[in-house]
Ligand binder design. Sequence first.
Ligand SMILES: [Zn+2]
Length: 201
Amino acid sequence: MARKKPGTIKTFMAAAEVLRRYPQIHTRAFLIIGFPGETLAMINDTAHPVRFNVGRNNAFFVDSFANNNVDLNDLAWFDRDPNPQYPWAPTQGELVTHFVVERRERAVNGSGFPAAHAAPIAPGGAQEQYRQDRSQPGRIVSQVSSANPTTPGDTDATFSDDSGNQYVVTLDPANQPVQRQYTPAAPTPAAPGMSSVTPPP
Ligand SMILES: [Zn+2]
């Protein structure tokens, strides 16, 4: 997925907010399709549409399987591009790949959450293909949430790869991200464990 376009979720949303103030300007958005593993047959498969309600603070974390909400505030807590220091950490694009493929799995095969969630994570699955497209190592083997071990009421969303590296986003009791952590399996001086209370720039 070599792309040389400046558009990001941030710039699309900012542009949409400006354009909304000027209804006399007719606007349309065209996005290029072609997810990892996506075929023409899948693109033409109008019998199994996958739709999302994109907003802010509308899902527990990133997306809701129950109502298809997607929370752009949560997505902003992931790197847009592979992190040079922590290239194994999942990017926004990998997260989007995850929930799109997960929902298609439900639309086509009627899968419930566990099977749908597992589909994009599987070996050779869409997420691994996406990472290969972006020259990222390994693959994410687990995406789970659990109680934060130190702060009562906080929740950790933990992404682990096949080498034991972990990217963790901590949510406060109101489900707002309050911290992110890169925890390499084998920290080095160049890539020590790192935590931040702000999203990536
Ligand atoms: Zn999932």
